[in-house]
Every structure is written in C-alpha cells, then in structure tokens.
Design a protein around this ligand. Structure first.
Ligand SMILES: [Zn+2]
Length: 453
C-alpha cells in the first residue's frame, strides 16, 4: 500500500492524500490551495493519476482547503462515491457552488481588466460543475462502518473544529491508519471536544498551530472591550469571519455579551449569504454542537441578515456604531473586501480577525501591521485598529494536540505531521519526539510512503 502527500504538506491548504493498493486508488480530502500565488498555481496542475482511476474519496470536513478541489476532480472524470458526514454534505452544498461562482466571477473580472496572463482567463470550475460534483456525495453517520473498497473499512469520528468535521480511521491491509483531519479544541465556544482515539498503526496529524499556544485570555472580555471602545468613538466593528464555524461562534458570543449588558445593544449584521446558510445548517444540526435551540434562536433574533448586493452596499453608507460580521475570514475574497475598502481608512473603526491567517492573505498582512492594503487593484491606507483574537481559533494548539495524542494507549508505528507551515510542523515534530518519544516525520509535497514501512 502506498500513501502520497499531494497537499497540506509544507503548508496549511490544499489537503489531498492519495492511497493506492494493488489496482485500487482512493483519496482522502481533496482541497483547494489558497494564499500565495505559487501555491494557488498548483490548483491548475493535474494529479499524478487520472481522476477516472480514483475509486472513491473520503472527506474529513467541508472547509474549502479540504473539499474545494472536488468539483475539478469530477470535471476531470472522477465518478466514485464521496463519503462524508451528513452535516459535511449540507455545508458542502453551500460552500462548493459558491466557490464555483466566485471562480467564474474572478475569471470574468480578470478578462474585463485584462490582468490574467491567460487569455481568456478560465474558472477552475463553474457553479454548475460544483452542483454536478455534489451528486456523488454519500453521507454517512459518525461511527458507522463504511466498507468503501474491498479490504478497506472507514469510520468517521467527531473532531470538533466545525460542524460535521471528522477524524477518519481506516482499517486496511497496512493496519489502522488514522487521519486527524482538522482538530478542534477541548473548550471551544460552540463545538464539542474532538473525540478520543486510542489506537493507530499510522497517524497523519495536522499542525496548524504546531508552534503556538492560544493565549489563555478572557475572549468575551476582549471582544467586549473592543466593541465598547469602538462604539464610544462612533466607529464600526468589522469582523472578517470564516463563514462556516467562527461566524456562528462570534454571533453567539455577541448575543451573550448583549444579554448580559456587557456591550450596548448595537445592530449586528451578518453580511455573507454563505454564513447565513451555514448558520441555518448549524442550528438544524443542534445535536452536534454545544448550543441549545434557544441559543440558536437568540442568534437568529439578534442578527440582521444581509442577503442582497443592494443591502450590502447600503450597509457601507451607514455611519452609526454597529457590528458587521462578513466573510471571508482571511479577507482573501467575498463581501468583507467592500467593507474593508469603506472602513479601513477611518481611525474610529476596528477590524477583528478571528482565527488563523494564512501567509500571503490580506488578513495576515493586516494583523502584521501593514500600513496599506491592496484590494481590487487599489491601495487603501490602514488607520482603523486591527485586532487578532487568535484564541477564538477552531484549531487545537500544540498543547491541546498533545493532550489528544495522550489518548493513544500505544504509540503509532509512525506519525506524519501535515497541514502546517514548515516551522509549525517541525515544532510539533520535535515536541512529539521529545515529550512522547514517538517515531515522527514531516513529509514534503509529493512524498510517497510504502506500507508496511
Ligand atoms: Zn478546517
């Protein structure tokens, strides 16, 4: 059996693993590369095998860096089943068509402005192709035995992180292989802790925060302070948030702060059709997270949903204090860009990033003190206050990852560290080697490993 690392190796995006055994091939995750151009260009390179020859796909969760290449895979001939949890399928029905739509928009924009070196610029896939890909999704329940290929059985295990997110355990000819997926946190505001896993022969482990600890800060107090000081000077609090996951956590937190009179009763806008749909899906699957139906109802009552483009534009004309939550979370696209253009140059406003900012994104530049920022080909001066609430992240830090590893009753034969920037992955490798004395390595992009090792 052979495992190829086709993404999330040396970086946090583009999660993609190819597993081959005799004449069977399957994939685990099939994500988009995001962030710097060199990485994004990999989205246009073909896979080492024809998608036609891949029998099926197991998907850990709906985030685009894990699922966003699926429509391209189907476009190029993949016809197998795509196994994931029910909630992941519900979220993918929102995320993938939107991703196709945005790629069509980008291509249209590039053609209008002639700034692509490809003429004409083409989308990686269209909204229609994304809908086509969704026909191959095969939802399963957590803990079901999924006999996806002769000799292989998978189980989806709750990983916290976002709704529907799983670690995936695969029993096959090389023993038990566990892919952590993106690991959530033991004390997340809205998601439950990742479930303990006690045994694996081989472990593939994420390392987004492999070199960092989330500050133990009072997040509600921090957010309350930012909202209160911004409102006092008549400014607007803009929160770029990941439409799936952090947007719901933030809306819940804001309602709690209002209900306990820790912030004034400002209008709260959720300006992202995708985040609105994700919030509805989140409330639908109330058995999969920490919030009660009443708390979900409070989000719904206390938030003004901004659906149309006209309403979105209108929001930028308003001058009174308010809170705007909008996607995308790293300000790499979406409606939040229009708000940044309107709000960044006024010192009264605040911009609050909640979660990991990948290198090369506008979010990363802003939290690192950029004086100006380029949006839609133009530079905008940064005078607003910029904050990063890292502690709101949906990813475990290295202490939390190590605690999760302590559930293993015996060390895996080998652990592969993926899904991290090089420094983060290597720091986690060292930590696991020194503290646990496990056999561990950091594979590189396109590395192949043959099992048994
Ligand atoms: Zn994720």
């Amino acid at each position: 059996m052979e495992l190829s690392f086709l993404g999330a190796a040396g970086t946090v995006t583009g999660s993609k693993y190819l597993i081959s055994h005799q004449n069977h091939r399957f994939m685990l995750d099939c994500g988009l590369y995001q962030g710097i151009k060199n990485l994004r260009e990999r989205n246009w390179k073909s896979l080492p095998v024809s998608p036609k020859d891949i029998k099926c796909l197991l998907l850990t969760h709906a985030h685009l860096d894990h699922s966003g290449y699926i429509p391209a895979l189907v476009k190029h001939g993949f016809r197998g089943k795509i196994f994931c949890t029910h909630a992941t399928k519900s979220l993918a029905r929102v995320l993938l068509p939107d991703s196709g739509f945005l790629q069509e928009e980008d291509a249209r924009y590039a053609n209008k402005r002639h700034f692509s070196k490809h003429s004409p610029a083409l989308p990686l896939y269209t909204e229609k192709e994304a809908w086509k890909a969704l026909e191959y999704f095969e939802p399963v329940d957590f803990h079901d035995d999924v006999n996806f290929l002769p000799g292989f059985k998978a189980q989806f295990i709750p990983a916290g992180h976002i709704l529907g997110a799983s670690s995936i355990s695969i029993d096959g000819p090389a023993g038990k292989m566990v892919f952590s997926g993106d690991l959530g946190r033991p004390n997340d505001l809205i998601m439950r802790a990742p479930e303990a896993i006690s045994q694996a022969d081989y472990l593939i482990l994420e390392s987004t925060y492999g070199d960092r600890l989330h500050e133990s800060v009072d997040i509600p107090q921090l957010l309350a302070d930012i909202v209160n000081s911004t409102a006092e000077q008549g400014g607007i609090v803009l929160i770029p948030a990941f439409a799936v996951g952090r947007a719901q956590a933030l809306l819940h937190l804001i309602q709690e702060l209002k209900n306990t009179d820790r912030i004034p009763d400002l209008p709260v806008y959720l300006n992202s059709p995708m985040a609105i749909s994700a919030t509805e899906i989140f409330c639908h699957y109330h058995h999969l997270h920490r919030l009660t139906p009443e708390q979900c109802h409070a989000i719904d009552q206390g938030t003004q949903y901004v659906r149309t483009v006209e309403e979105s534009i209108d929001l930028n004309q308003r001058k009174f204090p308010s809170i705007i939550v909008s996607a995308s979370g790293m300000a790499s696209g979406g409606r939040v860009l229009h708000h940044l253009k309107a709000l960044l140059s006024d010192h009264r406003n605040s911009v609050v990033f909640a979660g990991f900012q990948a290198p090369g994104t506008r979010g990363d530049s802003l939290v690192n003190g950029a004086q100006q920022i380029k949006i839609h080909g133009q530079y905008y001066p940064v005078r607003a206050s910029i904050y990063q609430l890292d502690a709101l992240s949906a990813h475990a830090d290295y202490d939390e990852i190590l605690s999760w590893l302590e559930n293993f009753t015996a060390p895996p034969k080998h652990t592969f560290i993926t899904h991290g920037e090089p420094l983060a992955s290597d720091a986690l490798r060292l930590c696991i080697k020194d503290r646990l004395n496990w056999s561990v390595s950091v594979p590189e992009y396109q590395d192949k490993v043959t099992f048994p090792m």
